[in-house]
Ligand binder design. Structure first.
Ligand SMILES: CC(C)(COP(=O)(O)OP(=O)(O)OC[C@H]1O[C@@H](n2cnc3c(N)ncnc32)[C@H](O)[C@@H]1OP(=O)(O)O)[C@@H](O)C(=O)NCCC(=O)NCCS
Length: 208
C-alpha cells in the first residue's frame, strides 16, 4: 500500500514549505553552507558537504523527480516571500506501509523560534489529511535534546528506542534512535491539530 500524494506546497503562519525545484540550488546552497557546523552532528548527509552548485542542481532534480513520481517527498522551508531557504524537511515513506516519517533541519540563523515545530506540525496534518496515512513517525538521536522537543510539543508518543539503528558516520559506530509516533486517531486531540496551514496541489490549486 502506498500513500496518497501529499501537497506540493504548504503555507503556514510564518513559512512556505514546498517541493524543491532545481532552480532553488543557489538558495539551498547558501542555507546549507551557512548551517554546516550546526547540522553536522545530526544530519548524516552533511558528510558529503560542502558541495558546489552543480551538485545541488543534481540533488534537487533528484528530489523533484522523486516527489513527482510519488517515491519520496522532500520539501524546502522558505521565508514567506520565498527569498530565503530557512531549512529542509520531508515526508519519507521509508518507515513501512501506511506511514510517513518526517525529517527536518532549520537554518542556523532561524533556530529557537518554533519554526521546526511549525513545519513538523503542518506536515503531520498534511500526512494524515492529504496523504491519508495511519501513522507519522519522527526518529531522533537520543542525545539530540533540541530535536526531541519538537515531536513532544506536537503530541507525539515516544514509542521505542531502536538500538544501533542510525547509520554510522565514517569511522564511527551506529547510534541508537528514538522513535516518536502519532496515529491518525490521535491527531484531533493533539497540539499538532492546532497548527494552521493551507495546502496546494501541483497546479497551485488550494486543497480542502
Ligand atoms: C532541531 C532543530 C530542527 C530545531 O529547530 P528549531 O526551529 O530551533 O526548533 P523549535 O524552535 O521549534 O524548538 C524546539 C524546542 O527546542 C527548544 N530549544 C531551543 N534551544 C534549545 C536548546 N539549546 N536545548 C534544548 N532545547 C532547546 C525550544 O524552546 C523548543 O522547545 P519547546 O517546544 O518547549 O518550546 C534545529 O535545531 C536543527 O536544525 N538542528 C540540526 C538538525 C537536526 O538536529 N535535525 C533533526 C534531526 S532528527
Amino acid at each position: 500500500m502506498g500513500v496518497a500524494p501529499p501537497p506540493y506546497r504548504l503555507e503556514t503562519e510564518r513559512l512556505v514549505v514546498r517541493c524543491w525545484n532545481p532552480g532553488d540550488a543557489p538558495a539551498a546552497k547558501e542555507a546549507i553552507d551557512a548551517s554546516l557546523d550546526h547540522l553536522r552532528p545530526w544530519m548524516p548527509w552533511t558528510e558529503g558537504e560542502p558541495t558546489g552548485l552543480d551538485a545541488k542542481v543534481e540533488l534537487l532534480r533528484l528530489f523533484r523527480g522523486h516527489f513527482d513520481l510519488g517515491h519520496d517527498f522532500p520539501y524546502g522551508i522558505w521565508s514567506p516571500d520565498e527569498s530565503r531557504v530557512l531549512g529542509g524537511s520531508g515526508l519519507h515513506p521509508r518507515v513501512g506501509d501506511g506511514a510517513l516519517e518526517i525529517g527536518y533541519w532549520i537554518h542556523v540563523d532561524a533556530i529557537g523560534r518554533g519554526l521546526a515545530t511549525e513545519v513538523a506540525g503542518a506536515l503531520t496534518r498534511a500526512a494524515f489529511e492529504h496523504a491519508r496515512v495511519d501513522r507519522v513517525e519522527i526518529r531522533i538521536d537520543p542525545v539530540n535534546q533540541r530535536s526531541k522537543r519538537v515531536p513532544l510539543a506536537l503530541g507525539f508518543v515516544e514509542e521505542a528506542t531502536l538500538r544501533r539503528r542510525l547509520p554510522a558516520k565514517t569511522g564511527g559506530e551506529p547510534r541508537d534512535v528514538v522513535v516518536y509516533t502519532m496515529l491518525a486517531s490521535e491527531l484531533p486531540a493533539s497540539p499538532a491539530a492546532r497548527v494552521e496551514y493551507r495546502a496546494f496541489d501541483a497546479a497551485g490549486r488550494l486543497l480542502d
